[in-house]
Design a protein around this ligand. Structure first.
Ligand code: APR
Ligand code: PHB
Length: 421
């Protein structure tokens, strides 16, 4: 058994683990990332691609935003389509100029991996049998197997950033955690298409046949989704059927047409909401999908992961700088405040836009809500401010006063930027 030591042992090289490791590095704190998959798999997994303003600002301030600034698409609005009519939600006008950036998650991952490798960070890909131990004590350990054989990593803290199916959350005894979950009676059928962009802004469409979404990946590749049965099978959907279904759901009274393109990927995504409380167990801190899942309708998954680790990195920086544990003790409550806001928003968007079988009452409520959101500035503002994302909080301010202005992105980001200059 080979023994090594670091300050923070991080399980998982998704957005949560990578951003955490990067922020810690900028604050002078050592970490090691243990990832089950290979680097090429991690860098090629396709996921959503909507970055909130706060996520973009943080990545930029921390020196990993250069490519996303250059290649990402800034969107100042979204379209809600229903009753055959388009309705624009002017995100930026309603939020004092904030916007979203469409930049694929795997590109964010590539930028983060490169930044860690360039600064000499330790990332262990293809780590097998990762197990966490003694996180109830001050000397946690992580065991794993890699090409060099059995390893033990001793650390001060463990960050469980290993996604929904990872082992960190499951290692906590069931009696110590409370889990909240909701399953939805549908899934999303997603396709990637070689085509020019279909629209300047994302289109969220409500239709009697079910929800659909028009998104983009690049000037050449587009991402489209439509609501399907949860147990549906891509084999049931030849290309022609997909195009007819999308055209029917996206139809407008002035005859909006969806150009067909070459579909080169099809997949079905399950829809669920999930939260575990608390997000801390002794010296184990859960972050990102390991602690919570949102349905993709609000595009919050990656952003929530970043928001968690921003709080955690600040708390760890405070601990290593001064020995103070208050930030670490507040981590779970501070992170969960934002998590539950995003859970509500994602559930609300999902409930407003999807077709629920045989529920005409819900259908009338949905239309009432869509009409309200697209005609009342106050209602549209509520959607817009959640969609572009509430300001990131560092979790350091006292309860009830949590949301810092983006200009006040504190310690880490400032430290980070000045450290690089
Ligand atoms: N050992 C090591 N690594 C593991 C293990 C394990 N036992 N189990 C899972 N992992 C790795 C996965 O291979 C993955 O790379 O942990 C990483 C978790 O990454 P994500 O699932 O991307 O989770 P997170 O970093 O929290 O990011 C959340 O990413 O999953 C999307 O849509 C989600 O946008 C959201 C965001
Ligand atoms: C995506 O582009 O994959 C995407 C966009 C918006 C969402 C979800 C997914 O709400």
């Amino acid at each position: 058994m080979i023994r090594k030591r670091t300050q923070v042992g991080i399980v998982g090289a998704g957005p949560a683990g990578l951003v955490l490791s990067h922020l810690l590095h900028l604050a002078g704190i050592e970490s090691v990332i243990l990832e089950a998959r290979s680097r090429s798999e991690v860098e090629s997994t396709l996921r959503a691609g909507v970055l909130e303003q706060g996520t973009v600002d943080l990545l930029t301030r921390c020196g990993v935003g250069e490519r996303l600034q250059r290649e990402g698409f800034v969107h100042h609005g979204i379209e809600l389509r229903f009753g055959g009519q388009p309705h624009r939600i002017a995100l930026s006008d309603l939020t004092g100029g904030r916007a979203i950036t469409v930049y694929p998650q795997h590109e964010v991952i590539k930028d983060l991996v490169r930044a860690r490798v360039d600064s000499g960070g330790t990332l262990v890909f293809e780590a097998r049998d990762v197990s966490i131990h003694d996180y109830g004590s001050t000397r946690p350990r992580i065991r794993y197997v890699c090409a060099n054989g059995d390893q033990e990593l001793r650390c001060d803290f463990i960050a469980g950033c290993d996604g929904f199916h990872g082992g960190c959350r499951a290692s906590v005894p069931a009696r110590a955690r409370t889990e909240y979950a909701r399953h939805y009676p549908f899934g999303w059928f997603g396709i990637l298409v070689r085509a020019a962009p279909y629209a300047a802004e994302l289109i969220y469409a409500h239709h009697d046949r079910g929800f659909s979404l028009v998104s983009t990946r690049s000037p050449e590749v587009q991402r489209l989704y439509f609501q399907c049965a949860p147990n549906d099978d891509t084999a049931h959907w030849p290309d022609d059927r997909i195009w007819r279904e999308l055209q029917a759901r996206l139809q407008t009274t002035d005859d909006w047409r969806l150009e067909r393109g070459d579909i080169f990927q099809k997949g079905i995504i399950a829809m669920r909401s999930f939260v575990v409380e608390p997000m801390q167990y002794g010296r184990l801190f859960l972050a990102g999908d390991a602690a919570h899942i949102v349905p993709p309708t609000g595009a919050k998954g990656l952003n929530l992961a970043v928001a968690d680790v921003y709080i955690l990195a600040n708390a760890l920086a405070e601990f290593y700088a001064s020995g103070r544990k208050e930030g670490l003790e507040r981590y779970s409550a501070a992170a969960l405040e934002r998590v539950w806001r995003a859970e509500h928003f994602s559930w609300w968007m999902t409930s407003m836009l999807h077709r629920f079988e045989d529920d005409p009452f819900q259908h009338r409520l949905q239309l009432a809500q869509l009409n309200y959101v697209t005609s009342s500035r106050a209602a549209a503002t509520a959607l817009a401010e959640n969609y572009v994302g509430l300001p990131l909080t560092d979790g350091m301010s006292s309860a009830g006063q949590s949301a810092l202005a983006p200009e006040a992105l504190t310690t880490l980001a400032h430290l980070a930027v000045s450290a690089r200059m």
